[in-house]
Ligand binder design. Structure first.
Ligand SMILES: [Fe+2]
Length: 384
């Protein structure tokens, strides 16, 4: 049955008050339709009513009703099909549905419920009961929208808080790492490069993005243990005695003790790097003479990044090694000092330009870092 639509349509831009709820009425019975309009208006709602369900769908797509009151007996489209199609419309997913079924028609009531109806009103309609139901459903719809908005706000706020806390934690760690370098180098450039190189190598090795993010912030803390090394030793330019070398090597243990036992993933990785970044792949490093893959991957990566940066950097009493010489060193010691996989990944990034080989761009290295790394790689010398 085709019944002309009742001409009461509204447009969002013409809505007098955005808080005014919108009700869509769909019924092919003109008397019933007028009753529904009157009742909905008493509930302070803006109402649009249609006899033709397809026209109602077009209106719903444009106006996103808060409540849809639909007779289950409609022309052309079954009422439950109409309700399902209505709820699939963008912006109508949360429209509340009220179905009109014949009094005592349990099967229709069940069809309506399966189609998503929040409530069912029996025909013939009782105006007072209908007004109560429409008022209640509009209040429920409004409360649901409020809860959804609050949930979105909380979710957004929580995500922002997590991001902000992570940024603060990273900044704090970087400043901690800079404090460790401050006696010989206060720009933080060396430790920043070690973090960046380590991330690049980790990415090439296929580590998860989150892991790569952690190593970038953890690697700069590799020498934090130098805080516990006396100035006379830390700033010494000449060769170390056996005892001095032992004391210098303690920076690995000291760094581990500073960073260990933290719930922070950055500090946890920082601790393992601090402890193991002077271990060597062949087991000749310190402090525990770990061998091969027994050395944490994070420390194997940092070892390559740390030594390379020291080699190609300038300092008052040391010329920067040419790139070729530094790369030869890495290659020659791949498998002995360094993990071959880490060396290969590192060389790949030198080749593609991601890791700069220009000493000028690698300015301001850590003087002490270079000193102890240089000692570590000097032929015939054990690591400081
Ligand atoms: Fe070190």
């Amino acid at each position: 049955m085709h019944t002309p639509s009742l001409a009461f349509e509204s447009h969002p831009s013409a809505r007098p008050d955005p808080a005014t709820p919108r009700v869509l009425v769909v019924s092919y019975q003109s008397v019933q339709r007028r009753t529904l309009i009157r009742v909905a208006e008493r509930a302070a709602a803006e109402v649009a009513a249609f006899a033709e369900p397809r026209e109602a769908l077009v209106w719903a797509a444009r106006n996103r009703p808060d409540l849809v009151v639909a007779d289950l007996e409609l022309p052309d489209i079954p009422g439950d099909t109409f309700m399902r199609r209505c709820r699939r419309l963008p912006g109508c997913e949360n429209s509340t549905l009220l179905a009109l079924v014949d009094q005592g028609d349990a099967a229709s009531a069940r069809r309506a419920a399966l189609a998503g109806a929040a409530d069912v009103a029996g025909k013939p309609l009782d105006s007072n009961e209908l007004e109560n139901r429409i008022g209640l459903l509009l209040r429920l719809n409004r409360q649901e929208r409020i809860i959804e908005r609050q949930a979105r706000w909380l979710e957004h706020g929580f995500a922002n808080a997590v991001t902000e806390n992570m940024a603060r934690e990273k900044e704090t760690l970087m400043r901690l790492a800079r404090a460790g370098e401050y006696r010989d180098e206060f720009t933080g450039a060396h430790i920043m490069r070690i973090g960046r190189y380590s991330r690049l190598v980790a990415e090439s090795l296929g580590q998860p993005a989150a892991w790569c993010d952690v190593i970038e912030s953890a690697a700069p803390m590799h020498d934090i243990g130098k805080i516990g090394v006396p100035d006379a030793l830390l700033l010494k330019n000449g060769p170390f005695s056996t005892r001095e070398r032992e004391l210098m090597q303690e920076h690995a243990i000291i760094g581990f003790n500073i960073l260990k036992d933290s719930p922070s993933q950055y500090l946890q990785m920082g601790a393992e790097i601090a402890l193991a970044h002077h271990e060597k792949f062949d087991g000749s490093g310190y402090p525990h003479k770990l061998r091969g893959k027994d050395i944490p991957l994070s420390a194997r990566i940092v070892a390559v990044a740390d030594v390379f940066d020291a080699l190609v950097s300038v300092r008052p009493y040391k010329q920067a090694w040419p790139l070729e010489r530094a790369l030869e060193w890495l290659i020659d010691h791949s498998g002995s000092h360094f993990d071959p996989d880490c060396v290969d990944a590192f060389l790949g990034h030198v080749a593609n330009g991601a890791i700069p080989a220009d000493p000028a761009s690698a300015a301001q290295p850590s003087r002490v870092a270079i000193a102890h790394v240089s000692a570590a790689i000097a032929p015939g010398s054990s690591a400081r």
